[in-house]
Ligand binder design. Structure first.
Ligand code: PLP
Length: 411
């Protein structure tokens, strides 16, 4: 493994190296890492080399040649967030990993899914769909006045409802809120409740430990703060769940063996949550991305990235006409702002035109959160460790200029 230095030297001496490893840094100010991080050269090279090998010797043959490196996807993830390689499944997206996990739970009418008001939009839609089909009940734990779920109230709801599933999103897509997933997990373990965590925005940004979180399932993507390729996700499945025989609704020839005419046997590992067909270049790119994150050091990343975002948030909030929307006792590197006097698409286009990557979030993404905040949309800026203080200054200056009366557009 490469060593980029100690936490003290990393962001001074190694930052130029990390930026030189990131070709996109020369093109744009990339503040859309919550959408998709910029690929590092070792990740890009790994993927390109595999595609070349596929073209030269054939796709199946290339996969056979790279079997050991493909296994690296599982070993790297286990080294990053705990568990054993056998506890991980590759998936084409975090949402696919999530719905595959949900499909393994034999829901019955009136079973309760206990979740939070800040769980990810697609997870909330999946719960509503389960309610439509199976008649499950969805209970949302209340928030604290300062933002974030009230864990004690959630624990009371656990005791009251004995939910079939407890689900929490660590960091939602629509704000910088960090939910206390390990505290929720402690209650789940105490009460022996099935616990599913969406760690899409936290993996690669904060150190995670599946044992400390106490989760049965955990989903993530490689494309955001892990800086891996698009079209990738993963599912962690605990030994408890594997031993209890949970299996997705549809298993294919990779997930199970057709062991007799009338019988199939699910795989003993989390591969029972995978499919036979793999985008091998992507899987290898993910392994390289996780390895790269570990080489940089996730602990050091978790110190720098939210801190850069904190400065951005505070400076933008001080600009008249801009309001930071993030609430909570701990805030991640997702900065969401309300921006007076502009329509969303026009603002985004104006920000794009200044060479700054950002994203828009709409009420539809976060019915509870945006309802509580009484906003219909916001601009989301999400820096990563490879961004610089100078880039923060440039983004603040650009948004301040756009907020100046000369630029304001009638809403
Ligand atoms: C919190 C959260 N969960 C899940 C997802 C979905 O990930 P994917 O697009 O890989 O399905 C996202 C994507 O933005 C997210 O922010």
């Amino acid at each position: 493994m490469r060593d980029y230095g100690s936490a003290t030297t990393l962001w001074t001496e190694s930052l130029p190296i990390l930026r030189a490893d990131t070709p996109g840094c020369e093109q744009v100010i990339h503040f859309n890492n919550a959408g998709c991080g910029l690929l590092a050269t070792p990740v890009l090279t790994t993927m390109l080399e595999h595609l070349q090998l596929e073209a030269q010797i054939g796709g199946y043959e290339a996969a056979a040649v790279r079997a050991e490196q493909v296994r690296g996807f599982y070993t790297e993830l286990a080294a990053l967030i705990g568990g054993r390689p056998e506890n991980f499944a590759f998936s084409g997206s975090a949402t696919h990993a999530y719905s595959t996990a949900l499909s393994s739970i034999p829901f019955q009418r009136d079973d309760v899914i206990l979740t939070t008001r800040n769980d990810f939009i697609s997870n909330q839609i999946a719960f509503l769909s389960l309610r439509k089909r199976f008649g499950v009940q969805i209970v949302h734990a209340p928030d604290l006045p300062e933002g974030g779920v009230d864990v004690e109230a959630m624990a009371l709801l656990m005791r009251q409802h004995q939910p079939r599933l407890v689900a929490a999103t660590h960091i939602p897509t629509n704000s910088g809120l960090v939910q206390p997933v390990a505290e929720i997990g402690r209650h789940c373990r105490e009460l022996d409740l099935l616990y599913l965590v969406d760690a899409c925005q936290s993996v690669g940004q904060y150190p995670l430990d599946v044992d400390e979180i106490g989760c049965d399932f955990l989903t993530g993507t490689c494309r955001k703060f892990l800086r891996g390729p698009r079209g990738s996700g993963f599912l962690f499945v605990s030994d408890r769940v594997l031993a209890a025989g949970y299996e997705p609704l549809f298993l294919d020839m990779h997930a199970a063996g057709w062991t007799a005419e009338e019988e199939y046997t699910p795989s003993r590992t989390a591969s029972r949550f995978e499919e036979w067909e793999f985008p091998y270049a992507t899987v290898l790119g993910c392994a390289a991305a996780v390895r790269y994150a570990r080489e940089v050091g996730v602990e050091a990343i978790s110190q720098r990235t939210p801190q850069l975002a904190g400065r951005l948030r505070a400076e933008l909030d001080a600009v008249a006409g801009i309001r930071a929307l993030d609430h909570g006792s701990q805030l991640a590197a997702l900065v969401t702002i309300a921006f007076e006097g502009w329509q969303p698409a026009e603002l985004k286009a104006a920000v794009d035109a200044r060479g700054i990557n950002s994203a828009l979030s709409f009420r539809q993404f976060a019915q509870f959160d945006f309802g509580d905040k009484d906003v219909d949309w916001c601009l989301r800026l999400s820096p990563h460790y490879y961004n610089t203080d100078d880039e923060i200054d440039q983004v603040v200056a650009a948004l301040t200029e756009l907020q100046a009366p000369a630029y304001s557009k009638s809403a």
